[in-house]
Design a protein around this ligand. Structure first.
Ligand SMILES: Nc1ncnc2c1ncn2[C@@H]1O[C@H](COP(=O)(O)OP(=O)(O)O)[C@@H](O)[C@H]1O
Ligand SMILES: [Mg+2]
Length: 254
């Protein structure tokens, strides 16, 4: 497979242990352009660890992560972002006293290299402003463009996070619990935003909200004790008795 082909991500025999504790146990997974995969499993299964292994927040103790044919398993997080792998920013990284527009402008200036130019106003680049507008439209944030982020509902703050991450133009997007902390009445905002992501993006969603998972994912991977128990379509996973007993039973009525 030659470098540069848009074939997505291929994780092979990924291993992670903290001392004697195995948290990623020989994980194999592919993310192709357009994939919408969900990773589910009980607390402590190793989902967040797996996300951190993909982004470079953690370095695996074994196995490989290929992106378009190149092994990125030992690249630092910033290098993986450049290669096209991104995880959503956390709300804590939003500039709460700045407006939605000002927040979204920052990663675009950063990506395009315009942010470092001195003596020029941040809003002086029409191509940047056009992209900011487009992002706000995509995430239903236009009405809140000039509102400071701390004044938004939590669900809308999560949309700003998503917009910031998308501004980096990743090809692999990892969402770790996108609906965590969002009021049930607002969770449709998150679902809608995921459904409006660019079609050719590869998306891995780690999520406890099974309504969201079954709505947006076309494949579900079940992780238990650091190992993949099974992978299947929502219909297959929904009727898998072992998954229901271990995890789904109490959460999802099919
Ligand atoms: N830095 C760390 N050092 C030691 N153990 C860790 C570390 N990070 C996570 N773990 C352990 O790895 C396991 C998986 O955790 P985590 O990936 O957060 O699971 P999940 O996101 O599925 O709830 C847990 O047993 C947790 O205690
Ligand atoms: Mg977690």
């Amino acid at each position: 497979m030659s470098v540069g082909m848009n074939v997505g991500m291929e994780v092979k025999n990924l291993q992670m242990h903290f001392g004697g504790i195995v948290v990623a146990d020989d994980i194999n997974l592919t993310l192709k352009p357009g994939d919408r995969k969900a990773l589910i499993g009980p607390n402590g299964a190793g989902k967040t660890t797996f996300a951190n292994l993909l982004t470079g927040n953690l370095t695996p103790t074994g196995g490989s992560i290929h992106l378009d044919g190149q092994n990125i398993a030992h690249l630092r997080e910033s290098q993986r972002v450049k290669a096209g792998v991104a995880k959503t920013f956390q709300i804590t990284t939003l500039f709460k006293k700045m407006s939605v527009r000002e927040n979204i402008r920052l990663p675009i200036l950063e990506r395009t290299g315009l942010g470092t130019k001195m003596f020029k106003k941040a809003e002086a680049y029409p191509e940047v402003e056009a992209e900011v507008e487009q992002m706000m439209t995509q995430f239903n944030l236009r009405a809140h463009a000039d509102i400071e982020v701390h004044e938004l509902a939590y669900g809308q703050q999560r949309l700003v996070e998503l917009a910031l991450t998308l501004a980096l133009k990743p090809r692999i997007l990892i969402l770790d619990e996108p609906s965590a902390g969002v009021a049930a009445s607002d969770s449709h905002m998150i679902t809608d935003a995921i459904e409006r992501l660019p079609k050719d993006l590869s998306v891995l969603i780690i999520e406890h909200d099974m309504k969201l998972v079954f709505k947006v994912a076309n494949k579900i991977i079940v992780l238990v004790n650091g190992a993949i128990l099974c992978e299947g379509t929502p219909a297959e996973i929904g009727k898998n008795q072992q998954v229901r007993d271990l995890y789904l039973g109490a959460r999802h009525d099919t």
